[in-house]
Design a protein around this ligand. Structure first.
Ligand code: F6R
Length: 607
């Protein structure tokens, strides 16, 4: 989700910025840039692509020499990866880099344009630079404090003022920043690995605090300009561990990032308490006329589509067909020009999904991409795109992307329900508020579920085969649980619609065979318990996952996992960390390569 670094001291800033950005490239690599005070002026170098592209560019454009500067590696959210959209951005006396999303940038931009500001990029960041320039009357703290009052959304900013050479200002809300401390030099960064080569001592910058970095040291001030005493932390991680934020694996880190990813995805798509997921070219009128929806994707992305199907059919009473992209292409699909085809992809480059999108376009349907990477082929070729803001997903097994794809499906279903009139505005607003509250709840839940999943993994580590069973949305979730377990722990697993087991598969359930029964959907609970009893009677070792208030006899399960009171509709968002953490711990205990499971690759660009 973009990486920021800043340095002031007596060494060459450009070298330190580049080395810091290299450690932050995991946060995004759509473009990179630096700004350095050089001979009394701010010199900016930036380039689309990876850090190596910037380094190559600087060989010809020249490296700016100086002892104070800021740098950025971008993960595109507003505007495609391009030179113009790369950070740093400058306006008047201000040059800055930004991580996060400024939600009200359009209204701010319009206002700034009226005041004579012009913009070279499509980014929200350039608006912040222009607004800060307008507010700046020679007093940086006052101007930054005023800026924080005017902008909404999440941000971490590192700022240079052209008339304050060799000083860096930093401020944050909802996006991380640390301040590195050392004798005769100071650092600011999105994450510790960026500075670990130079110092292990750091402050964690809190919200509503402004850090002022100089060669002589760092002061942290309140928005009112009062000095704040900060606790000094000491990092004791190795560089490699630090890149994973102290987590043992990227997969675990990414599961723990789900609350933030959900928040970053849901909030920009919510206006006035209602979901606003419509790309400009697909207005409410066209949406209201849609008779049928096809959802197409591969693997985990397609599984998020299964959640979408249930949500859309339940809330908006519009029929949905979910297809595996590699099948959709070759079954001569029946797609009408009044149909809507939604393709879901984290990478935006999956070959089968891209081909399915092209086919749907050729057949005249409106194509909508739910995609994580701005500037990817799928994002560019679809008629409209709804972006998920999961940040870079590095572990091969998809986790946070699944959650945010499901969240976008909910937002879309709610909007469709509103335009189709199957729900009124109050009902949609109520459900939307519930969805917006999910990230906080999931944050707590992940911490609670982690040890439970580890214990379950220990119990099941030697099993040859395991079954997930569920009904309705619990079944959709089970399919993803089974995929996750197979792909990273190499244990054979099947997901079954609980009522379908007795039509064949139950013959595989014998003494001690583990069955994870997910039973959170209220109207289906009693049916589920009957199915659980069926497997229990054949000797299955049952882990029952249900709501805290469910009435259950203790002879139907061996392990019990209780989920908090969340509506049936949003339960899959809460259950996602459960199935992911279970697969994760099983993989670790079995000694598998968690982040790079055998035979797999992150982005499947071949058929
Ligand atoms: C499984 C997994 C894959 C991807 C699939 C689609 O953990 O990661 O099943 O979901 O390859 O990838 P994207 O979403 O990039 O199109």
């Amino acid at each position: 989700m973009c990486g920021i670094v800043g340095y002031v001291g007596s060494k060459e800033a450009a070298d330190i910025l580049i080395s810091g950005l290299r450690r932050l490239e995991y946060r995004g690599y759509d473009s990179a840039g630096i700004a350095v005070f050089s001979d009394g002026e701010i010199a900016v170098r930036k380039e689309k692509g990876r850090l190596s592209d910037l380094e190559e560019y600087m060989k010809s454009a020249g490296t700016p020499y100086g002892n104070c500067g800021i740098g950025h590696t971008r993960w595109a959210t507003h505007g495609e990866p391009s030179y113009a959209n790369s950070h740093p951005h400058s306006a008047g006396r201000v040059t800055l880099v930004h991580n996060g999303i400024i939600e009200n940038y359009i209204e701010l931009k319009k206002d700034l344009e009226k005041g004579g500001y012009t913009f070279a990029s499509e980014t929200d960041t350039e608006t912040a630079a222009a607004l800060l320039d307008r507010l700046y009357k020679g007093e940086p703290i006052k101007a930054i404090a005023e800026l924080t009052r005017k902008i909404r959304g999440s941000y971490a900013l590192a700022i240079l003022f052209s008339d304050r050479p060799d000083e860096i200002y930093a401020v944050r809300r909802d996006s991380p920043l640390i301040v590195g401390l050392s004798n005769g030099e100071s650092f600011v960064a999105s994450d510790i690995p960026a500075v670990l080569k130079y110092t292990r001592r750091y402050y964690l910058l809190d919200e509503n605090e402004i850090a002022v970095l100089k060669e002589s040291g760092v002061s942290v001030l309140s928005l009112e300009g009062e000095s704040i005493d900060k606790e000094v932390f000491e990092a004791n991680w190795s560089l490699e561990a630090a890149e994973k934020g102290g987590f043992e694996h990227f997969m675990l880190k990414e599961i723990y990032e789900e609350p933030e990813a959900l928040k970053n995805t849901i909030s920009p798509h919510m206006i006035g308490g209602l979901p606003d997921v419509l790309n400009l070219s697909l207005g409410d009128k066209r949406l209201a006329a849609v008779n049928k929806i096809h959802i197409v994707g591969c693997g985990t992305a397609m599984h998020a589509g299964l959640i979408g199907k249930t949500a859309i059919e339940k809330l908006a009473r519009t029929p949905v067909e979910v297809s595996v992209a590699s099948e959709f292409r070759y079954v001569n699909p029946i797609v009408d020009k009044n149909d809507l085809v939604i393709v879901i992809s984290q990478s935006g480059e999956t070959a089968d999904t891209l081909a399915a999108l092209r086919l749907a376009k050729k057949m005249g349907a409106y194509t909508l991409a739910v995609v994580n990477v701005v500037g990817s082929s799928i994002a560019r070729e679809a008629d409209g795109a709804l972006f998920t803001s999961a940040g870079p997903e590095i572990a091969v097994a998809s986790t946070k992307a699944y959650s945010v794809q499901s969240a976008v499906m909910y937002l879309f279903a709610l909007r469709l329900a509103l335009v189709k009139g199957t729900m009124n505005e109050n009902e949609v607003a109520e459900k939307s508020a519930e969805l917006a509250a999910m990230p906080k709840l999931i944050e707590r839940l992940i911490r609670d579920l982690d040890p439970t999943c580890k214990k379950l993994a220990e119990q099941n580590k030697n099993t040859e085969s395991l079954f997930f069973i569920g009904r309705g949305m619990d079944y959709s979730l089970s399919v993803e649980g089974s995929l996750k377990l197979k792909e990273i722990s190499y244990i054979h697993s099947e997901a079954y619609a609980a009522g379908e087991l007795k039509h064949g598969t139950i013959s595989l359930v014998t003494d001690g065979v583990p069955v994870i029964a997910i039973a959170t959907q209220t109207p289906l609970f009693e049916k589920m318990i009957s199915n659980v009893k069926e497997v229990k009677a054949r000797g299955a070792a049952v882990t029952l996952v249900c709501r805290t208030d469910a009435a259950i006899a203790d002879d139907v399960y061996d392990n019990l996992v209780l989920m908090p009171e969340i509506s049936d509709l949003f339960m899959p968002l809460a259950l996602a960390p459960f199935i992911q953490l279970f697969a994760y711990h099983t993989s670790v205990i079995r000694g598998c390569d968690v982040d790079k499971p055998r035979n797999l690759a992150k982005s499947v660009t071949v058929e």
